[in-house]
Structures are given as C-alpha cells and as structure tokens.
Design a protein around this ligand. Structure first.
Ligand SMILES: [Fe+2]
Length: 405
C-alpha cells in the first residue's frame, strides 16, 4: 500500500520456478482490484488451498452484526471506556457503528490470541492502538507496533494480533473497500509528495518472515477465520498454512504512529478535513495531534482556535478521544466516541468557544472519521451510549455565558 518491500527469497522473475532444498514452492499472487492495482507475490512451502474442512461461525457483537431499529437523529456519545476487556483480538471485537462503506468498533483484549487466524476478506482494516504496543503476525511476517500506532492491514491478509502482556484497547475501522493514503498525497509515480503530512520513512512493514513454532502456533488442526458478506467461515488445515519462504510487492500491513503526523496550522481555523490521514470509498480518517493553534491577531479581531459551529450536511462525523484537553466538549473523556450526524448542526459546548481566544497550543490527541453515508448504531453501541449527550448544548440557568479572554 505504501512502497515496495521484500522479505526472504524470491526468484528473479514472476511466475517462474522457485525451489527450496529442491522442492518447488507455490506462488500466490495477492492482487487488488482484480489484477489492475497493487499486489504482492508470496511463495509458500505448502499450498494455502488445501483446507480439509469449512464450517460457519458466529461471534456475537462482531459478526454477523446489524444496526438497531430505532435511531433518532441525535448527536451521540458512546462511552467505550465503560466496555470491559474480553476475549482476544478476534473474539473481543465489538462493532459499534456501521454503514455500507465502513464499520467502526472497539477491541479490548483480555487474553492471549487463540489458535485461530483471521482475515477480512471484504475490505482493508485499520487498527489504532490506544494504550499498548505489541506484535502483528501475518502471512507477510512479523512486525512490532507501538502505542498510538495505526496498523493498516490489507484485505485478504491472514493475521493474529498480540498486544504486549496480552491486554490492550484498540479502535478498529473496517472498510468495505480500501484504506489508503489520499490520492492528493501521491505524485504521478505513487511516491508520497513533499507537502504530504507524512513521508515514506514514517511507514513500517514486517521485519522478518514468520517462523513456525509449535509452542506459539499450536498443533494441527489450524483454523483460519474469514469474514465475508457479514458472515464468518472457518477453514481448517491439517498443516500450518502460512509457511512462507519469501514474498515481495506493495500490498502488506504497515504501521504509522499518529504522532508522526505533521499537522497544519494557519492564521485562522482550518476545517477538520485538513487533518486527513487515510481515505477509502465513502469516508476519511483524520488525526488531531498536539499543535500550535490559529494565530490571527489584528487589533480587536483575533483567531478563535475552538472549532466553529458547523452542519456538515454531507457527512457524519465521529471522534475518538485519546488524550489531552478536549476544549470544545464537556463530559467527554479519553476513549469517548462522539457521533455528530449530518442533518443537524453541531459545535463547541457552551462556555468553550470564546474562552479559547488567545490560546497558543492544543495538546488534544484524537482520531476522527467522516463518512458520507449515515452511521447506524449497533446493539453494542446502544448499551454504552450516554443518552443525555444530545441535550448537553442546552443552556441551563447556571451555564456561563460566552466571555472572551
Ligand atoms: Fe465537527
């Protein structure tokens, strides 16, 4: 997704014999958009196509998932900090918001990864590591990740995710298509442009090939759980199916730390989409990182760093608050998700707008996602919703009036 990478042994040309210790390896082309887009070519010691059994599976809260029926047009506040850790990287997943283009969930891991590997067969995933580092094992190899890393996992990738100490909280985006860098940050050759908010050096791929280890991977059979069409199927192998001798290409998991994002600052307030980081069909993912704020100052006219009220009539907007002061919102805490839907306006809470004048920096850290189709809540989201949030803009008798610094 980012740049060419290679691990292990590959032959000098595509689609030619490639042997290891005299035995022919099995070539697999992992392609995107049929055979027209980015791809990687993987060389297996045993073919990945000989599963001996396939069965269906359900994971409540993750798949299958449906939205709840009754959804008023409300601003929402989901208190994911109230969710209890449970399960592993697969069984602990809970989908909270969904539309046809993207699903957004949280995974709070409470135990070591089980034997099952997982693949999203339908779209790319983006995990955000809220509070932990760890290791990602995939068919492309092993790579570490750090706290507050985004982890981009291309669709079709078999993987397991291991937070350090087997505990950790993640925000998880599942695209129905791709999650990639916005086109405007690539030049005509695909290189990241010099005015992009990141560079190639900020993205990190697998550093070593997988090495089968029975103490870590277990004894046969090996289960591969594939999500496709809001269903899970379990493919059972009698051999370890991700025994890879080498691969090369452009499609593979990468990590990117949110603090490596270079924010833009201007004399007056920039729209939230100036923080764009990744994009897919029907959505963008943005990073709000600590930065200097707006500095227009001419006599009585000064910049207002707090966001203006807005009605993004074509977008639903969610924010996942990570750390720092969330100056425009009251009652919001770290791990809160706010959803401000299209159709009704939103803006800073009373008492936060004028008092921001004169501020020089913000230390807020948050992940935003704008979607072009409405997001619907799932049952898991309904269970953690702060039902009073929509009315927290209402001025009560004791609400302080706006006063400028
Ligand atoms: Fe907004």
């Amino acid at each position: 997704m980012i740049h060419y990478h290679k691990l292990g042994d590959v032959p000098p040309k595509h689609h030619v014999t490639h042997k290891e210790n005299g035995k022919m390896l099995m070539e697999q082309c992992m392609t995107r958009v049929a055979f027209k887009s980015t791809y990687s070519i993987i060389y297996y010691r045993t073919p990945p196509t000989d599963e001996c059994k396939v069965r269906s599976m359900e994971l409540p809260g993750f798949c299958p998932v449906v939205p709840i029926a009754e959804q008023l047009l409300h601003r929402r506040h989901l208190r994911t900090q109230d969710m209890q850790p449970t399960g592993d990287f697969l069984t602990g997943r809970r989908t909270l918001l969904m539309n046809a283009d993207i699903q957004v969930g949280v995974c709070k891991i409470a135990q070591p990864a089980g034997k099952s590997w997982f693949t999203n067969g339908e779209g790319d995933e983006c995990w955000f590591a809220y509070d932990c580092g760890g290791t990602l094992e995939s068919v492309y190899g092993v790579q570490s990740f750090n706290k507050q890393d985004y982890i981009l996992i291309p669709k079709g990738t078999p993987y397991r995710l291991h937070p350090d100490n087997d505990r950790g909280t993640f925000l998880v985006f599942e695209s129905a298509t791709s999650i990639d860098l916005p086109q405007q940050f690539r030049n005509e050759s695909g290189q990241i442009t010099m005015d992009a908010p990141y560079c190639h050096r900020d993205f990190h791929g697998p550093t070593e090939l997988l090495s089968f280890d029975e103490s870590r991977h277990g004894k046969p059979p090996y289960d591969w759980v594939v999500k496709f069409g809001n269903r899970l199927s379990v493919h059972e192998y009698e051999h370890f199916p991700w025994d890879v001798a080498g691969w090369d290409g452009v499609a593979y998991p990468v990590t990117f730390n949110i603090l490596d994002y270079q924010p833009k600052t201007a004399t007056i307030h920039l729209p939230p989409t100036s923080h764009i980081t990744f994009a897919g069909r029907g959505f963008v993912i943005c990073s709000f990182v600590p930065r200097k704020v707006d500095y227009y100052d001419k006599g009585e006219y000064k910049a207002i760093p707090c966001p203006y009220g807005h009605a993004s009539v074509d977008c639903d907007e969610i924010l996942y608050y990570v750390e720092g002061n969330f100056t425009s919102r009251k009652g919001i805490e770290s791990q809160s998700i706010s959803l401000h839907p299209m159709g009704v306006p939103h803006g800073p809470h009373p008492g936060t707008y004028a008092t921001s004048v004169g501020a020089e920096r913000t230390n807020e850290l948050a992940v935003m996602c704008d979607t072009f189709k409405p997001l619907l809540l799932t049952k898991a989201a309904d269970a953690i919703e702060d039902k009073d949030y929509h009315y927290t803009w209402v001025r009560r008798e004791n609400t302080p009036m706006e006063t400028s610094k």
